[in-house]
Write a protein that binds this ligand. Structure first.
Ligand code: PGA
Length: 264
């Protein structure tokens, strides 16, 4: 059974003081809880302080982006070597805000994934269609193509190291949630695509998350689907009371699945 994973994508939010306050609360909340993996991805400038706070905890820390070169004349960019120094273990790549606002292409994302793997990071590879693509009935084709381009030239054992996040762009930060049924359908297709490019055992191991307007009040509907392995949570991850409830929902669904697979 795949362990559920809840990842907070803080984007460009919070002051350092607020960020510290939030991780102290989360660290306390997560004490003794190990049924769901949890990670936070704060802005770069908070990574060192927060990774020190979290180093003796069960909460992982990630960056929201990374450049695919080790060093050089790339003003404003952050290299994998720099992130390694900060004890970062994962990195979000190909988020739709990077693709749309900063014009990252599928090829850029592919280079970044390869680089992240080379440096031993856990890449959180994001894909998702925009509203027009969904309206035209092309969401599956679009996402499949993003997956194939993103994992191009990766070996099966590298594909196994990915976390994938399906985040329909029209559902990000809009309050419009993609239904659990629709998200599960796309995620199933992603798993099939992974299987074609690796094998069934790897496809069964890779965790594929949903993202887009997740709240404590709507996540139950998603996490009950067998192919949805957790959530990439934006706005809600900034509010401790809400984010902790999302984690609890994921943990409860693990227990439920366990009981189903081992009836007493
Ligand atoms: P949201 O963002 O939860 O605020 O919609 C999700 C994301 O962009 O990862």
């Amino acid at each position: 059974m795949r362990k559920k994973f809840i990842i907070g994508n803080w984007k460009m939010n919070l002051t350092l003081g607020e960020a510290q306050d939030l991780v102290f609360k989360l660290k306390n909340f997560m004490k003794g809880k190990n049924s769901t993996d949890v990670a936070v991805c704060p802005p770069y400038t908070y990574l060192l302080t927060l990774s020190n706070i979290l180093k003796d905890s069960n909460i992982l820390i990630g960056a929201q982006n990374m450049f695919h070169k080790e060093e050089g004349a790339f003003t404003g960019e952050i290299s994998p070597v720099m992130l390694k120094d900060l004890n970062v273990i994962m990195v979000i790549l190909g988020h739709s805000e990077r693709r749309q606002i900063f014009h990252e292409t599928d090829q850029d994302v592919n280079l970044k994934i390869k680089c992240a793997l080379k440096f031993g990071f856990m890449p959180v590879f994001c894909v998702g269609e925009d509203f027009n693509t969904r309206e035209k009935g092309k969401a599956e084709d679009w996402v499949k193509n993003q997956i194939l381009e993103g994992i191009k030239d990766l070996k099966a054992e590298e594909i196994e190291k990915l976390i994938i996040a399906y985040e329909p762009i029209w559902a990000i930060g809009t309050g419009k949630i993609c239904s659990g049924e629709d998200a599960n359908k796309i995620i199933k297709m992603i798993r099939e695509t992974i299987k074609l490019k690796s094998n069934d055992s790897i496809a069964q191991k890779v965790r594929i998350l949903y993202g887009g307007s997740i709240k404590a009040s709507n996540f139950q509907e998603h996490i009950k689907y067998p192919d949805i392995d957790g959530g990439l949570v934006g706005g809600t991850s900034l509010i401790f009371e809400e984010f902790s409830k999302v984690i609890d929902l994921a943990s409860a669904s693990n227990v439920h699945a366990l009981h189903q697979s081992h009836p007493v």
